[in-house]
Structures are given as structure tokens and as C-alpha cells.
Ligand binder design. Structure first.
Ligand SMILES: NC(=O)c1ccc[n+]([C@@H]2O[C@H](COP(=O)([O-])OP(=O)(O)OC[C@H]3O[C@@H](n4cnc5c(N)ncnc54)[C@H](OP(=O)(O)O)[C@@H]3O)[C@@H](O)[C@H]2O)c1
Length: 277
């Protein structure tokens, strides 16, 4: 698996990690979901992204099953819900996530989206968790450029990641947020890189995929991680698709491919409000 490195994270990360949204909802599917995550780990997709929100903690329980006995092979990411992100609430939420995943530390802990608790309180709690060894890094999700600047002004140089919606159909971050994060050594984690399975397969994408003997989804994943400093976290609970996703990390699209893709999915021409759904 190809890796990437950003200044604010002290580990090499896989170009493609694994999402867990919609896992843990049905008890009958949990074993298969954990098996898919384990297969992904075996194929080098060693970052797992989850959240206390997903299946109300159920996804974190699936992660616990998937990583049992192999904690050191995984870069583990979870998120606190904004409504819980007070100074004390953040600590409590993190401890509950650790317990559900049966681990002692998270590699990265994110604020899921901006909320009503003062940001300074959440960040103070993140720093407290870091100093206590309960998390190794912290970051945010769904933060636009103005919100990122606020984070930097409150605790300079510490925010390690911004997890944002990014795929062929949602390219707004390319105008300013993405380059700003990359310049500052902050990981850009692309969520819903397949637009949750709603990817519109425009003919140029199909043509690019055909040239590289890929599926359209694999081409879309390869496209999503073409910039240094950007990682994508597709979710799949299906062993065959997990394999296909892992293979996509090794695909390098050509300038001609990228130009063709731009005609079907145009890049932003100016500042664009951050999309989140
Ligand atoms: N921070 C946030 O606010 C936020 C928001 C959304 C998502 N996320 C994170 O990002 C992760 C990924 O985003 P997502 O789950 O929204 O959507 P996604 O990864 O874009 O798409 C997932 C969907 O695509 C299907 N799929 C996966 N690989 C495929 C392939 N190779 N070919 C065809 N279909 C494929 C999956 O079905 P199967 O499982 O059946 O393969 C699933 O239905 C989430 O799981 C979550 O961890 C974060």
C-alpha cells in the first residue's frame, strides 16, 4: 500500500484507509463487517475511521472485533459529536470510545463538525487527552477555511487533520481549503470518496477506468488521492470491493486522464461553501 506523510502526524499513513459509517447497525452483519475491515488491514488499508455517532457506538464495537489482537497494526481514528464536545463531555466521550474499542489510546480524535460548545473548550479537552496519552493527535471534520483559521489561532500548530467531503462531484475544497491544509502540514481526509455509492459515472470516467482496466469506483478513488497530503477513507463491507479499493491506491492517473475527468466533473472556479452532505 502506498503511503503518505504529513508534518503534523508522526506516522506514515496508507493512501487509502477504511470508513465505518453504517457498520454496526444490524447485529447479524457485524461479523461480516469486521471481517471486511480485517481483510482491508491485511491489504494495507491500516487506518480505520469511526465515530461515536455511527450506529450509536455500534461501529466502534465492530472496530473492536476487527482489530482484536492487532492494535499495533492500526492507525485508529474516532470522533466526538459536537453536542458532547464540552471540556468535560469530550473527555467522557473519548473514554467511552476507548472502552467500546477496547484500546488504551486513539491515534487521532476529531470533532465531528462545528457545534455550539466553545471551540476553545473542545481543544483544551483534546490537549488534556493528548497529554494523558489517551489520544496521540487531534483534529477536526467539516471545518471550512475560516473555522480552520480559528482553530489555528486558538492552539497553533497542533490540529493534525481536517476530514471533509471530497469526491469527483464535490470539488469545492480544491480552491482554498485543500491547499491551505496541505501547506500547513494538516492531513486532508476525503470522506465519501465514492459519494456514498451515488457516483455519477460520466462517460469520461468510464473511458479512463477502461484504459487502466479499472472499475469507475477504482478510478474515482485513485483520482481522490492524487494530491500529496490527501488520504481517502472509502467504506466497504464487501470483501471483493475491499480488494478493489486497496488496488486503487496503486493507480497513477495521467495528465490526459485528469483533463478528461475535469470536463465531466469541473473543478471549482472560485470560493465554494464547504459541502457536508
Ligand atoms: N466526518 C464526516 O462527517 C463523515 C461523513 C461521511 C462519511 N465519513 C467517513 O467516511 C467514510 C466513507 O464515506 P461513506 O461511507 O459516506 O461513503 P463512500 O465510501 O463514498 O461509499 C460507500 C458506499 O460505496 C460502496 N462501495 C465501496 N467500495 C465500492 C467499490 N469499490 N465499488 C462499488 N461500490 C463500493 C459501499 O457499499 P459496500 O459496503 O456494500 O461495498 C457503500 O455503499 C465513512 O464510512 C465514514 O467513516 C465521515
Amino acid at each position: 500500500m502506498q503511503t503518505l506523510k504529513v508534518k503534523r502526524i508522526d506516522a506514515a499513513l496508507p493512501l487509502l484507509g477504511q470508513g465505518t459509517w453504517n457498520m454496526g447497525n444490524a447485529s447479524a452483519s457485524r461479523a461480516a463487517e469486521a471481517a471486511a475491515l480485517r481483510a482491508g488491514l491485511g491489504l494495507g488499508m491500516t487506518l480505520i475511521d469511526t465515530a461515536e455517532m455511527y450506529a450509536s457506538g455500534g461501529a466502534e464495537e465492530v472496530v473492536a472485533q476487527a482489530i482484536a489482537g492487532r492494535r499495533n497494526d492500526v492507525f485508529l481514528v474516532s470522533k466526538v459529536l459536537p453536542e458532547n464536545a464540552s471540556r468535560r463531555g469530550t473527555i467522557k466521550a473519548c473514554e467511552a470510545s476507548l472502552k467500546r474499542m477496547q484500546v488504551e489510546t486513539l491515534d487521532l480524535y476529531l470533532l465531528h463538525w462545528p457545534g455550539n460548545h466553545p471551540l476553545a473548550e473542545t481543544l483544551a479537552a483534546f490537549e488534556e487527552l493528548r497529554e494523558a496519552g489517551k489520544i496521540r493527535h487531534w483534529g477536526v471534520s467539516n471545518f471550512d477555511l475560516a473555522a480552520m483559521r480559528e482553530v489555528e489561532s486558538l492552539v497553533p500548530g497542533r490540529c493534525a487533520c481536517n476530514q471533509v467531503l471530497y469526491n469527483l462531484q464535490r470539488r469545492g475544497i480544491e480552491h482554498d481549503l485543500l491547499p491551505w491544509c496541505v501547506e500547513n502540514g494538516i492531513l486532508v481526509q476525503a470522506y465519501s470518496p465514492l459519494d456514498q455509492g451515488r457516483l455519477r459515472k460520466a462517460p469520461p470516467l468510464a473511458a479512463v477506468a477502461r484504459r487502466h482496466a479499472l472499475t469507475a469506483e477504482q478510478a474515482a478513488l485513485a483520482w481522490s488521492v492524487r494530491f500529496a497530503g490527501v488520504q481517502a477513507i472509502p467504506k466497504s463491507a464487501n470483501l471483493e470491493r475491499v480488494k478493489q479499493n486497496a488496488q486503487a491506491a496503486g493507480v497513477v492517473l495521467t495528465q490526459a486522464d485528469l483533463r478528461e475527468i475535469d470536463t465531466a466533473y469541473p473543478p471549482p472556479t472560485g470560493p465554494t461553501p464547504l459541502e457536508t452532505a
